[in-house]
Design a protein around this ligand. Structure first.
Ligand SMILES: [Zn+2]
Length: 107
């Protein structure tokens, strides 16, 4: 039937959503982790150059993770979903993240 969701679509959307969640969670962990990392560095009393290097490295990894999140591909059109963080709809075809979740669950 036209408009019906096929099994490959369900699998593709489900995989895409898992992929998105992994990227998003990594970015959140890297962002939130900056606070305990800063506290740990302060407690260890490292030299200024080592402390700044560790923090700069962490921030570089966070930025790389954030860039990776923005490179997530839309499961419907195959293009980059958004060119910035936390965009609710695909900038190319308008597919929403809620629709990705719904199709991925077979609804
Ligand atoms: Zn799209």
């Amino acid at each position: 039937m036209p408009g019906e969701i096929s099994t490959p679509d369900v699998q593709r959307y489900g995989r895409a959503w898992h992929n998105y969640v992994a990227r998003r969670n990594l970015v959140v962990v890297l962002f939130v982790g900056l606070v305990p990392l800063g506290a740990l560095i302060a407690r260890l009393k490292l030299s200024e150059i080592v402390s700044m290097s560790v923090l700069a490295g962490w921030i570089a990894v966070y930025l790389a993770g954030a860039w990776w999140l923005t490179q997530w591909k839309c499961p419907r059109c195959g293009k980059t979903f958004a060119n910035r963080l936390w965009t609710p709809r695909c900038i190319s075809c308008g597919l929403s993240k809620d629709e990705v979740v719904a199709v991925g669950r077979g609804k």
